[in-house]
Design a protein around this ligand. Structure first.
Ligand code: FAD
Length: 434
């Protein structure tokens, strides 16, 4: 390709698609490069789509986007090996005209999103890997080199939407390697069941859906969570743990997922299903403190490559789309004013980010990843077990009076974790949550 582009976007996941679409729609000459066979072919996600972020880019997306179910019920479980204690929220208000959250299948969704990008006029080059960035003598990024033979492809700006590993950024010296403490390895399976079975099993009608997020002894003392999402005719089930914990542990990701699927609270939900897909992928979970440098002369970083995931709320794709959109809006502004894509001017991207839920939420929870990781034995082992034991004591009707049960529950908590330990954990959690 000889032509010089206004912008090159590396990657065709939600962040790259958002960036490319917004820029192309405003008339910029955009090239998007994706190493997969098509957009979505390399992507793994649970997956919940948060409508708001997409609506900001494609307001009428509900008309033709491949959506599975809209979520009307959220279940949050803490689990020990034989039980779960749940907080469930279900509301008919979620059966609204324009639902707020949907389950999706990423391969189909990304393909649809990518078609919109191309309709807007961007050029998509698939099965092409960007190997490194090309710079001028002053160090400004002026294009990319790919694994295809030929000269580099030039552009005024390169938007790095390359996902969690950020290899192009790393190889080009823009950022450090991602720390194994800041990423989770998630494994996921798709289990197929007839539509009516999914609906009967989860008490659903029409396109209603249920989401389960779970933590506890299911991660064998590691920092991590499990999930189960209902799709139209399938169930996505998965589990993920911080990579450094996985490396220290003897348990393989597949063993972890297998044990989760066999848990007495999960097994009946999957019974009779046929597993047709298995995938593993990294999730950036280091939060605010793990965000790398996001801009420089001629380049910007969006989505997972910028560690934009809110692990507490399991949000990633919405941060990806929002950062992609904000990066695009920054580039459009500079392009229109014929201002240079310099580090100083591109700082406006950071100002835009600060103003949104993306940075506000990541800042709010910036202490959580280190707190959970540093106290994983308690938060992912001791407390879930204590909660389960307390529930068992409380709900079992066995002739023991309730006052004695209360005392037994408190004694168990005090002896296992001590009052001081519990107060300390509660204080640290409250401080990190602020
Ligand atoms: P990606 O989606 O990773 O896209 C990056 C793209 O860049 C890929 O297509 C890749 O092939 C391409 N690429 C990489 N390097 C190159 C290169 N050198 N040259 C060319 N192309 C390249 N988020 C939610 O909001 N809801 C969920 O329910 C949810 N569940 C998840 C479950 C799992 C198991 C996982 C792993 C993640 C989940 N996430 C979820 C997070 C969400 O998937 C990510 O935050 C989101 O996909 C990030 O989008 P992205 O475009 O930045 O990166």
């Amino acid at each position: 390709i000889d032509e010089k582009f206004d912008a090159i976007v590396v990657g065709a996941g939600p962040s790259g698609n958002a960036a490319a679409l917004v820029m192309a729609r405003e008339g910029l000459n955009v090239l998007q490069i994706e190493r997969g066979e098509y957009s979505g072919s390399k992507n793994v996600q649970g997956a919940i789509l948060y409508a708001d972020a997409l609506e900001q880019i494609i307001p009428d997306f509900r008309e033709d986007a491949p959506l599975e179910r809209h979520v009307i019920e959220q279940r949050m479980w803490t689990m020990d090996d034989r039980s779960h204690t749940g907080m469930h929220y279900r509301s008919d208000d979620f059966n609204e005209d324009k639902p707020n959250r949907y389950t999706i299948l990423r391969a189909q969704f990304d393909k649809w999103f990518s078609a919109k990008v191309r309709e807007a006029g961007a050029l998509l080059l698939c099965e092409t890997t960007v190997t490194e960035l090309v710079r001028d003598l002053k160090g400004k990024v002026i294009g990319v080199q790919t694994d295809r033979q030929g000269a580099p492809i030039m552009a005024d700006i390169v938007v790095l939407a390359e996902g969690v590993n950020g290899l192009v950024g790393q190889r080009s010296g823009l950022r450090e390697e991602v720390s194994p403490d800041s990423v989770a390895l998630a494994v996921k399976e798709m289990h197929f069941l007839p539509r009516e079975v999914v609906e009967a099993r989860f008490n659903l009608k029409g396109n209603e859906g249920v989401v389960i997020e779970a933590m506890g002894t299911i991660t064998k003392g590691m920092t991590g969570t499990g999930f189960l999402y209902t799709n139209e005719e399938s169930i996505s089930v998965g589990i993920g743990c911080i990579v450094s914990d996985m490396t220290e542990s003897e348990v393989t990701p597949y063993e972890l997922l297998d044990a989760f699927k066999k848990h007495p609270s999960i097994r009946p939900l999957l019974e009779g299903s046929e597993c047709k897909e298995y995938a593993a992928h990294l999730i950036p979970e280091g939060g605010y403190n793990a965000i790398p440098k996001l801009h420089g002369d001629g380049w910007l970083v969006v989505g997972d490559a910028g560690q934009f995931v809110n692990a507490v709320h399991r949000e990633g794709s919405n941060l990806a789309m929002t950062t992609g959109r904000l990066a695009a809006e920054t580039v459009i502004e500079l392009h229109r004013k014929r201002e240079e894509m310099s580090e100083a001017n591109l700082k406006r991207y950071l100002a835009r980010l600060e103003d949104t839920f993306v940075m506000k939420d990541l800042k709010k929870y910036k202490g959580i990843p280190a707190l959970l990781h540093g106290n994983k034995g308690n938060f992912f082992g001791t407390y879930p077990q204590l909660i389960s034991q307390a529930m068992q004591t409380w709900f079992r009707v066995d002739g023991v009076d309730k006052k004695s049960k209360e005392k037994a529950i408190m004694k168990n908590f005090r002896e296992t974790r001590t009052l001081r330990g519990m107060l300390g954990d509660a204080f640290k959690l409250a401080r990190a949550w602020r």
